[in-house]
Design a protein around this ligand. Structure first.
Ligand code: GRF
Length: 188
């Protein structure tokens, strides 16, 4: 299966996916392209170091649909079959979602439907939650709202700061995202 990964930043989930494809942990697949809407995304260099083609597509004041149309075209040119959002900080337009039905997935650092959106770990700590985690889900045009594929729980410690909690969850995200994609590509 040809994967396309969309990023906006650091790209640690992207690296986990590229490495899992290379090692065969995600079988019979190829990362065809990494696309970033941010030219300074640190993940771009990490993708290139791993021999994966990268493309930067900035919004440049265009409408969401116009920006997405260019991304869709780059994905289609390379025959991408599964779009993996990995820290991509934009909501997708309905036309993007319709272009890849049930073929766009995302990872989010909470147990959805609890705590969608940004600032998750601050909100979890403020609410006194004892458990958090991460979720891989299908993407629709609503924020962090599509059907859930897999989740993993992570304990919240009394001593946690948003940073320590984020780091403990991120460690689990990498394995969870690989597991979810391995399941998807293994379905005949
Ligand atoms: C991760 O916490 C992911 O769940 C969220 O954005 C963060 C991206 O981190 N959607 P990275 O760029 O994969 O390191």
């Amino acid at each position: 299966m040809k994967l396309g990964i969309l990023i906006s930043g650091r790209g640690s989930n992207m690296v986990a996916l590229i490495d899992a494809v290379k090692s065969g942990e995600i079988p019979a697949s190829k990362v065809a392209v990494v696309i970033s809407d941010k030219p300074k995304a640190a993940g771009l260099a990490k993708a290139r170091e791993r021999g994966v083609e990268t493309v930067v597509i900035e919004r440049h004041g265009r409408t969401r649909e116009e920006h997405d149309a260019e991304i869709i075209s780059e994905l289609n040119k390379r025959g991408v079959e599964l779009v993996c959002l990995a820290g991509y900080m934009r909501l997708l337009s309905p036309s993007f979602v319709r272009s890849f039905p049930n073929r766009i997935i995302n990872i989010h650092p909470s147990l959805l439907p609890a705590y969608p959106g940004l600032g998750v770990h601050e909100r979890i700590l403020a609410a006194g939650e004892k458990t958090s985690g991460c979720t891989v889900h299908y993407v629709n045009e609503h924020l962090d709202a599509g059907p859930i594929i897999l989740q993993r729980e992570v304990p919240v410690l009394d001593s946690d700061t948003p940073e320590t909690l984020a780091a403990r969850i991120l460690e689990q995200e990498h394995g969870l995202y690989v597991e979810a994609i391995r399941n998807i590509v293994s379905v005949p």
